[in-house]
Write a new protein. Structure first.
Length: 163
């Protein structure tokens, strides 16, 4: 059975496609590519059908990650098929939990940086959209730092299903 993870930010052109790309690479490196499906979406549909922000693409490519992406808006009906919905900041977390049709679905929503033991109390990945490339590089660092803990949690769930 496939374990499904969806990363969610505001417009699905900066943070969530970056997290999707990094986590997909981590899943593949861990040999879980056939058991874990990774995608992303936005809380809004402003950029639906567009590619990722060019700065996102550049930072991903410069760091060895794939960058193919088409933005889409999160649909509450997806909760039924998703195992984990990963919000990039507290605003996304609240919006997604409000969209969740059941308490069980709301419990599927977690903040990405909650998987980074070094994150401290600030669990938001800041939106780099209105800044320069440095903000996108910082975003990538935060995503990478949280991805190891997220991978460990997902691996535990996947292996638990096989048992």
């Amino acid at each position: 059975m496939t374990y499904r993870v969806c990363f969610v930010c505001t417009g699905n052109i900066c943070r969530s496609p970056m997290a999707e790309s990094v986590f997909r690479a981590r899943v593949a490196e861990a040999g879980l590519g056939d058991r874990v499906e990774v995608d992303s979406a936005g809380t809004g549909g402003w950029h639906e059908g567009e590619g990722a922000d060019p700065r996102t693409v550049a930072v991903l490519r410069d760091n060895g990650y794939g960058a193919g992406h088409t933005a889409r808006q999160f649909d509450p009906s997806w909760f039924a098929r998703l195992d984990l919905v990963v919000a990039l900041d507290a605003g996304h977390l609240r919006a997604l939990r409000r969209l969740a049709p059941t308490e069980r679905d709301a419990a599927k929503v977690r903040l990405l940086r909650s998987y980074d033991p070094g994150a401290g109390d600030d669990l938001d990945v800041p939106d780099p959209y209105y800044g320069d490339r440095e903000g996108f590089e910082q975003c990538l660092e935060m995503v990478e730092e949280a991805s190891d803990g997220l991978l460990a949690a997902v691996r535990e769930q996947v292996e638990g299903r096989a048992a």
